[in-house]
Write a protein of this length. Structure first.
Length: 409
C-alpha cells in the first residue's frame, strides 16, 4: 500500500511540472446588438460579448492563449431564435469541438456549451458562429483567437522572429440590407443538416478595419505608430466576403513571415499582400526612415475582379509624436478626412495663419499657398492629386504651427 501511494505522488508531481496553464474564456452570444457606422447609420447586429451589460463589439473580443495551454471556451447563449456555436477557424481541434452544428453540437437559448482544446502552434486564428454562417458572420459573430509562443514572449513562434509591438487588423464588410430583421430573423430547423434560406445579393457599402472605416481609421487604436528600426508584427486577417489587396509603403520593409498560423519558409519581402476570405497572414515591418503615409487596403470583388473600395490605415514613423498628437497641437481641423474631393481646413478662433503646404509621403511639396489673408476662416483645398497619404503644414510667417494628416481617396 505504501508503494502505491508513493507511485501516485510521483506521477502527480511529474504531470503538474509538465502542465501548462488552464485558460478560460466566456463568450456571451447576443442577437440584439447595435453598431453605429462612421456616417451615423445604426445597424442591428449579432455578436459575442464578455459581460451581460455590454454591447457586443465587432469584431468580438480578441482571445489569447500560449502554445500548449489547455483552453476552455464557455459559450453562453442569451439569444432567442436561432442557436449559436463557436467554430475555431484554423485551430485544427477535434470534430467534437469544431463548432459545425451537425458534427458537434448547437447551443440554444439560455444554455451553455463548452469547447475544450489544447492551444496548438502560435498563430492568428478566427472564431465564429457556424449556424447559418453566411448570415451570422455578416451579422457580427466573429473574432480573433491569438496563440502566442509557449513562454508568451514577443516572438512569432518559439525560436522565431522577435518584435517590439503586436498589431491586429481584421478586415470585413457590411451590407445594411443583410442587417434588417427580414434577413436576420431567419427560421431554424434543428432536424435538418443543411438550411435553405433565401438571402439578397451581397452589396456591401461599409468596408471595415477592426470594425471601423473612413475617418475612424485615424483613431489611435487603428493608426499605426512606430519608430525607426522598431519591429512591428502585423496580423492581417480577412473575415469578409471580398478579397483584400494590401499595399505597404516600401519604406516599411514589409516581410511576410506566416500564413494561417504556419511559418513561410523562406519569408517573402513584398509591398503587396493578397488576403482572401478566411485567411490570416503575419507581416513584419521595420522602417528605417521617418514616414507619414498609409497602408492601403483594397476590397476586391472576386467575381468581377474590381475594387469595391479602398481604406487607408495611417502610418507614422517617428521618434516621439503620434498622429493624433500632431493633429491636436493648436486645434486646426480637417474635414472630410479621408476625402476624394474638396477638403476644408478650419482654424481655431483667435489663431491666425498665413500659409499652407501640402507634402506627399516622400516629403515633397505638391502644393503651397503662402499669402493667405483671411486667416480665421475656413480654407478650401480642391487639389488634383493621386490617391495616397499627405501632410498639410499650417504656417504663420513661414513657420509651421500645426501639421494635419490628410488621406486622399
Amino acid at each position: 500500500m505504501k508503494t502505491f501511494f508513493v507511485f501516485v505522488f510521483f506521477v502527480a508531481t511529474s504531470l503538474s511540472a509538465m502542465a501548462q496553464e488552464v485558460v478560460n474564456h466566456l463568450l456571451i452570444a447576443r442577437n440584439l446588438g447595435e453598431k453605429v457606422m462612421h456616417d451615423g447609420l445604426s445597424l442591428r447586429t449579432f455578436g459575442f460579448a464578455q459581460t451581460l451589460n455590454e454591447q457586443p463589439p465587432i469584431p468580438g473580443p480578441t482571445l489569447y492563449a500560449n502554445e500548449g495551454d489547455s483552453v476552455v471556451l464557455d459559450l453562453f447563449n442569451v439569444s432567442q431564435g436561432a442557436p449559436h456555436t463557436i467554430h475555431l477557424h484554423g485551430l485544427d481541434v477535434n470534430q467534437e469541438n469544431d463548432g459545425v452544428p451537425h458534427l458537434s453540437f448547437e447551443v440554444h437559448h439560455m444554455d451553455h456549451g463548452f469547447y475544450y482544446f489544447v492551444a496548438p502552434h502560435p498563430g492568428t486564428y478566427f472564431y465564429h458562429c457556424h449556424v447559418v454562417s453566411s448570415i451570422h458572420v455578416q451579422a457580427g459573430m466573429y473574432g480573433v483567437f491569438i496563440v502566442k509562443p509557449s513562454d508568451g514572449s514577443n516572438t512569432t513562434w518559439d525560436g522565431g522572429y522577435s518584435y517590439d509591438q503586436d498589431r491586429l487588423f481584421t478586415m470585413s464588410e457590411m451590407d445594411p440590407i443583410w442587417h434588417e430583421d427580414s434577413v436576420l430573423e431567419h427560421p431554424h430547423d434543428t432536424t435538418v443538416e443543411v438550411h435553405d434560406i433565401s438571402i439578397p445579393a451581397y452589396n456591401p457599402t461599409y468596408f471595415l478595419v477592426n470594425g471601423k472605416s473612413e475617418q475612424q481609421l485615424l483613431e489611435p487604436e487603428i493608426a499605426l505608430q512606430t519608430s525607426k528600426e522598431a519591429v512591428s508584427f502585423l496580423r492581417m486577417a480577412n473575415i469578409g466576403y471580398l478579397a483584400n489587396r494590401i499595399t505597404f509603403p516600401s519604406e516599411l520593409n514589409a516581410t511576410i513571415v506566416s500564413t494561417d498560423g504556419r511559418p513561410i519558409m523562406p519569408a517573402e519581402v513584398s509591398d503587396t499582400l493578397w488576403v482572401l476570405p478566411g485567411e490570416r497572414y503575419g507581416v513584419l515591418i521595420e522602417p528605417l526612415v521617418d514616414l507619414m503615409d498609409s497602408i492601403s487596403i483594397s476590397y476586391v470583388n472576386m467575381n468581377t475582379h474590381l475594387s469595391e473600395n479602398i481604406q487607408y490605415i495611417p502610418v507614422n514613423v517617428s521618434g516621439t509624436n503620434s498622429l493624433v498628437e500632431l493633429n491636436q497641437d493648436l486645434g486646426f481641423k480637417l474635414y472630410p478626412n479621408p476625402s476624394d474631393g474638396a477638403v476644408f481646413i478650419v482654424a481655431p478662433e483667435g489663431i491666425p495663419y498665413t500659409g499652407l503646404k501640402v507634402l506627399n509621403s516622400l516629403g515633397q511639396v505638391v502644393y503651397s499657398e503662402l499669402e493667405i489673408k483671411q486667416s480665421n476662416q475656413s480654407q478650401i483645398l480642391n487639389l488634383d492629386l493621386n490617391q495616397g497619404s499627405y501632410s498639410i503644414e499650417v504656417l504663420y510667417e513661414n513657420q509651421t504651427i500645426d501639421v494635419l494628416k490628410w488621406i486622399k481617396k
